[in-house]
Design a protein around this ligand. Structure first.
Ligand SMILES: Nc1ncnc2c1ncn2[C@@H]1O[C@H](COP(=O)(O)OP(=O)(O)OP(=O)(O)O)[C@@H](O)[C@H]1O
Ligand SMILES: [Mg+2]
Length: 462
């Protein structure tokens, strides 16, 4: 027989109450006389009624268009239908409740309180890629590219944030990602989203630094028709609504104006908001991940960032190390990017020789991983021009120049003869580069005899 079988409805309902009071699901039970036995607070909010006062009332009194009386009559379940409550469309299921073979009531439960999630889900499952949930979240407008597997590195400084990301992927705790430019903040944000059940819902990004202050509120919370001059007919959803059941990534959070910080704080506390110019409250099941490359504690001290918001966001913290602090990961990263770039540039796969790798490991990387990838791409192009299949130090001309400067740094902790040797080595490479590998010209430039240059080339294995 179809439907739910319970021997003692009251007992079971008590046990289930905690589970039923879910802010993202509307639930109602009626008895076989179509009187309300129970409804949860979420549905009471949607119906704009007092929960306790509705218990015992006929269902028609609170939901005149409910089809639950039909369920009592027919005894048939309907596992997915679209219904409309107070002008709000949602997807719900209804089923009869049996006790010892008799219908004693019926229940209805929303599957999606928000049609956009249902539509996204439907389009996802009808797309040819639907088997590949790892890399194709359902909302095509908000695709993500990265998973935890795409985060390269085995150093402890990168393994720790990876482990934390995995651990928190399935909860809703706010995450704050802190790291210099190009350290992988967006990569981690996407990877957290894709590591949990939220991956089938949208990942929506908003860059707080790029949106003018007066537009940020409506971008985030949406607006109602007529909220301001130029507002679209019918209003517009904000990014929070678009991210329903998924993740919102608040990039460059330090740039959020103070007035917006207060509004965001209220959302983080209540998990509810109103559209600009709107009067009804919207509940949003959205995981918030914020990122910054600015020291927020300092921003708090300077009065630029609300302390309470900082604490609210900083529930789970990921500190992403700069590349210069994890040089042991450079060979792995180089390997990864050589594969990636050979596909992108449609070239054979290049090798990077030991000296070039040491150069990469000793560089101070202000631009981090993005800079590494760019330099490797440039080096491949230079090697192609030279008709070489191996990347060598001179394919990183900017690093060599930089290294010369670093080697001149009076603080460098090396014995003088070693420091001079390094400097000599780099200057020879640089002059060869400037002279297009013409040794006679390079010797002239260095003001040494060509035979001395040849001796030194041998010494440095150049
Ligand atoms: N651990 C990693 N493994 C592989 N690729 C990485 C890693 N970290 C970063 N990247 C790559 O480096 C680039 C920069 O990463 P991302 O955009 O996530 O950095 P970001 O911290 O958000 O930078 P910004 O502050 O400039 O916005 C991307 O192409 C990303 O794929
Ligand atoms: Mg970024």
């Amino acid at each position: 027989m179809e439907g739910l079988h319970v021997t003692d409805a009251t007992y079971h309902l008590e046990k289930l109450e905690l589970m039923i009071e879910d802010p993202y699901t509307g639930v109602i039970y009626i008895d076989n006389h179509c009187r309300v036995i129970y409804l949860n607070q979420t549905l009471a909010n949607i119906l704009e009624i007092d929960k306790s006062e509705s218990i015992g009332k006929p269902i028609e009194a609170i939901m005149p268009r409910s089809r639950l009386p039909e369920t009592i009559k027919s005894g048939e379940s309907n596992l997915c239908e679209i219904c409309s409550i107070k002008g709000r469309k949602m997807v719900a299921m209804r089923a009869p409740i049996y006790d010892k073979g008799q219908i004693v009531g019926a229940m209805s439960k929303s599957l999606f309180l928000d049609m956009s999630t249902a539509i996204n889900m439907a389009s996802y499952f009808s797309s040819p890629d639907s088997g590949d949930a790892e890399i194709h979240p359902i909302n095509s407008g908000y695709k993500t590219r990265y998973t935890l597997d795409n985060i390269i590195g085995s150093s402890s400084t990168i393994s720790k944030p990876k482990a934390i990301s995995k651990q928190v992927a399935n909860n809703i705790s706010n995450v704050l990602i802190i790291g210099e430019s190009g350290t992988g903040k967006e990569l981690f944000a996407q990877a957290i989203h894709n590591a949990g059940t939220r991956r089938i819902a949208p990942f929506v990004r908003i860059n707080c630094a790029c949106i003018p202050e007066n537009l940020l509120e409506s971008e985030l919370f949406g607006y109602e028709e007529g909220a301001f001059s130029g507002a679209k007919k019918g209003g517009k959803k904000g990014k929070l609504e678009m991210a329903a059941h998924g993740t919102i990534f608040l990039d460059e959070i330090s740039e959020m104006p103070l007035a917006m910080q207060s509004k965001l704080l209220i959302f983080l506390q209540e998990r509810e908001f109103e559209r600009v110019g709107g009067s009804h409250t919207i509940t949003a099941d959205v995981r918030v991940i914020a990122a910054t490359n600015v020291n927020l504690e300092e921003a708090v001290l300077q009065g630029k960032f609300r302390e309470d918001l900082y604490f609210r966001l900083n529930v789970v913290t990921l500190m992403l190390p700069p590349l210069r602090d994890r040089s042991e990961d450079i060979p792995l990263l180089v390997n990864h990017f050589m594969d990636k770039l050979s596909r992108k540039l449609n070239t054979p796969r290049f090798e990077v020789d030991c000296d070039a790798l040491s150069l990469l490991k000793s560089y101070k990387w202000p631009g981090n991983i993005r800079e590494l990838e760019n330099l490797l791409e440039r080096a491949i192009n230079l090697a192609c021009i030279d008709n070489e299949s191996t990347i060598r130090q001179h394919h990183f001309p900017t690093l060599i120049e930089n290294n010369v400067e670093q080697n001149l740094d009076p603080n460098i902790n090396l014995p003088l003869n070693k420091a001079l040797e390094n400097l000599e080595h780099q200057m020879i490479i640089r002059s060869l580069k400037y002279c297009n590998d013409n040794k006679t010209l390079a010797a002239k430039m260095l003001d040494i005899h060509p035979s001395v240059l040849y001796r030194k080339l041998k010494k440095y294995n150049l």
